[in-house]
Design a protein around this ligand. Sequence first.
Ligand SMILES: *[C@@H]1O[C@H](CO)[C@@H](O)[C@H](O)[C@H]1NC(C)=O
Ligand SMILES: *[C@@H]1O[C@H](CO)[C@@H](O)[C@H](O)[C@H]1NC(C)=O
Ligand SMILES: *[C@@H]1O[C@H](CO)[C@@H](O)[C@H](O)[C@H]1NC(C)=O
Ligand SMILES: [Zn+2]
Length: 557
Amino acid sequence: MTRQALLFLFYVVLFLVSSCVESEYKVYNTSQGIVPGKLNVHLVAHTHDDVGWLKTVDQYYVGSNNSIQGACVQNILDSLIPALLADKNRKFIYVEQVVKSLTSPKKCKRKLLAMSALRYSGAATLRKFLSPNAMTVIWCLCDISFQLVIAFFQRWWREQSEAMQQVVRQLVSSGQLEFINGGMSMHDEAVTHYIDMIDQTTLGHRFIKNEFGVTPRIGWQIDPFGHSAVQAYLLGADVGFDSLFFGRIDYQDRTKRKNEKSLEVIWQGSRNFRSSAQIFAGAFPKNYEPPPGGFYFEVNDDSPIVQDDINLFDYNVQDRVNDFVAAAVSQVNRDGYLHGRIFPAWLDVYECNVFIKRSFIKANITRTNHIMWTMGTDFKYQYAHTWFRQMDKLIHYVNMDGRVNALYSTPSIYTDAKYAANEFWPLKIDDFFPYADRANAYWTGYFSSRPALKRYVRMMSGYYLAARQLEFFKGRSNTGPNTDSLADALAIAQHHDAVTGTEKQHVADDYAKRLSIGHMEAEGVVATSLACLADSMSYDGCNRATLKFQQAKDLSS
Ligand SMILES: *[C@@H]1O[C@H](CO)[C@@H](O)[C@H](O)[C@H]1NC(C)=O
Ligand SMILES: *[C@@H]1O[C@H](CO)[C@@H](O)[C@H](O)[C@H]1NC(C)=O
Ligand SMILES: *[C@@H]1O[C@H](CO)[C@@H](O)[C@H](O)[C@H]1NC(C)=O
Ligand SMILES: [Zn+2]
């Protein structure tokens, strides 16, 4: 044997020996579906991304001004895709669409050309109905619409390559990535006008339909501060949703409903339409975060991770499995002697089994043996792997343990399971208003706070309605001024931290600025449309309209 061969042999032996003590590649079995007869814990991975609150919608998207709040939506969407691709059983839901108005550079140039053509050939027309600064504003619009108007999913979407878009389409069609709610924003339900809610929902759904060919099935109003019956029938049942979930109901109502197992109901929001416009609706047992017991897995969160490498210190698989089962079981049982407290750790596996067999055949807060864990909260999943890595392990080890069944799920899967259970559900009519999250903490100030912004939103809403109809008569222009940017600005303004007034001052200013820019452009639409209508008798009236219209100053104020 040559010296080299010996050396080679030595390394091979060294490798074999060392691989015995080193950890090896582990495959986590996350393929588990629903298991009948067991308590099924549906892990719903989600992030709640406000389109403006402490930061503006743009600051949230790009992740600037992190001293205010460490939040970057771009990170979330960027890290999500590889995390989903890594395991086809992983699932995620995305909620906030926000605002299209796709002004690509090319289009923008065309728009500018059209505008200047109008200006120079169409003579004084433009100047008459636009304020002296309006031309500048429209010029600016093309530049700032990147930062101003396009945001969150749609914005991210347009930044992706064809290849990446294809990958995302695949994820959507396989059900790994699901759009729920699907409006531009998660609108408030108290201070919004129903027409604005319909408009912003339509805008979002249309985008999803056009790009992905799907229609959202589930309403997901997890953060608005109380809930309106209009949401149940008009923006729920009539939109075509199969269910509607939310987080914030009065704290006393919640306690009562937990005890009566009536967190989940059939909600008949309309006194007129009753059962013809009803929807399965569920309030969460606590909020839209993971259950108590340490299940937050953002990079900096301090929940214990599942340490399953026996060669390293702090191996804790059994502890974490127990935590998981305890949290699941405590969500189930309201009547047992645990009474809503965490399942005591001193109960060993055997006792647990007996215990569970004896009294936990069915989930008692929610009826049926299905419970949903909302795995995420505000602006989480900025590095999506941290969450999925831990959930992979939890699903794997909890199912090996076998006391409860854990699975990657979505609200759609959960809803289907509830329907399949063929259970009787209590009836709910009327609103979930007002909302108090604890004693003497009524969220009613926002009904009237920031009245100027509320009025502005309402005025713009009316103007948009009129402008859109005039736009229809003349024919919509994709290049010239149109009502898109006003539609977009209004859509974000319905967000539960926008028209409500619960945002910071600089964010309120940002919403007003968007409305103002949209308004300016819509005024252009109104003027040309009126001219066109007035001249419609003449041959080729719309192209050579001679009448000039100008927005009157609002004399009422
Ligand atoms: C994973 O779990 C499922 C359900 O328990 C089982 O049917 C399947 O065989 C498992 N797969 C592997 C690779 O162990
Ligand atoms: C956000 O950051 C920019 C640039 O760092 C700064 O000019 C601006 O004042 C910040 N905005 C707020 C509201 O703090
Ligand atoms: C659920 O509630 C019913 C009625 O209160 C009770 O008989 C049953 O044992 C409970 N099941 C569990 C799992 O606690
Ligand atoms: Zn929110």
